[in-house]
Write a protein that binds this ligand. Structure first.
Ligand code: URA
Ligand code: URA
Length: 259
């Protein structure tokens, strides 16, 4: 008969298995060797295979692939967190705001820069404009924020929410381009003038850029008004709804999953 201890062991095994499966679903492919974190076992040489591997997927590669997007994004997030290329922004920020969402999202929303709420919370689009974006995602598209990925041109808040300077946007360009390369979305929805002009490297106005499908490195790009603009100009919401419907039609017409 199973003793109390056997039952406890079985329960622990089940919990451990569930946690490993959850990590695996999140894209994690390797764990540190038992004891490394607590200092009991010295780390192995870099060329040794990891002792604990969730799958035979090779070690972290520099080439982005869906399997290691989570790790690649985490490495990039750490680089961004230490960035001091823009003196003023690095000095005034509470923290960098990297991006949030599904590392394998079909759709990325691309905004301008963190505002006060984002600077405080470390997550894009969590303030008033963010609430409107979340409504567009939930009510308009029947998706969850967790289904998509949300990022900005700038990773730091410009003081007083002024527009990013071209120099600042250029400093952040390698970061947002790399983020998009890692995620490899099929669609990018640019929110507002700054995001659209910086991604497509154009001076055209948002009024002219919205309403059609653009291409950036093989990814379909839709541009629409920024949610903060929509809050000030509710009459433009009908245009954004048209843009979102165009985006949804494009997403339905490709063979990917629903998300
Ligand atoms: N506006 C943006 O462009 N991005 C945010 O994250 C918040 C507000
Ligand atoms: N001006 C902007 O900067 N963004 C918009 O979305 C519309 C006008």
């Amino acid at each position: 008969m199973a003793t109390q201890e056997d039952l406890e062991d079985a329960r622990l095994q089940q919990i451990l298995l569930q946690q490993l499966q959850s990590l695996q679903r999140a894209g994690v492919r390797q764990l540190p060797r038992a004891g490394i974190l607590s200092g009991e076992i010295p780390p192995g040489k870099p060329d040794q295979p990891p002792a604990t591997s969730l799958s035979p997927v090779p070690e972290m590669q520099s080439t982005p692939s869906p399997e290691n997007a989570l790790e690649q994004l985490e490495l990039l997030r750490q680089k961004v967190a230490g960035c001091t290329l823009c003196d003023e922004l690095a000095a005034s920020r509470t923290q960098t705001v990297f991006g949030v969402g599904n590392p394998q999202a079909r759709l990325c929303f691309f905004g301008e820069a963190p505002g006060r709420d984002e600077d405080r919370q470390g997550e894009p689009f969590v303030g008033r404009a963010g609430k409107l974006l979340t409504d567009i995602i939930h009510k308009g598209m029947q998706l969850q924020r967790e289904d998509v990925y949300i990022l900005n041109v700038l990773k730091c808040r410009p003081p007083g929410n002024r527009n990013p300077s071209p120099e600042e946007a250029n400093c952040c360009r390698p970061f947002f381009e790399r983020q998009l390369e890692i995620i490899q979305p099929e669609f990018i929805c640019c929110l507002g003038t700054v995001a659209t002009q910086n991604l497509l490297q154009t001076r055209e106005t948002i009024g002219r850029l919205r309403g059609t499908v653009h291409n950036w490195q093989g990814i379909k790009v839709i541009a629409t008004y920024h949610p903060a603009y929509l809050l000030r100009n509710p009459a433009a919401k009908k245009d954004t709804w048209e843009d979102i419907q165009l985006l949804m039609r494009e997403m339905e017409n490709t063979t990917g999953d629903t998300v």
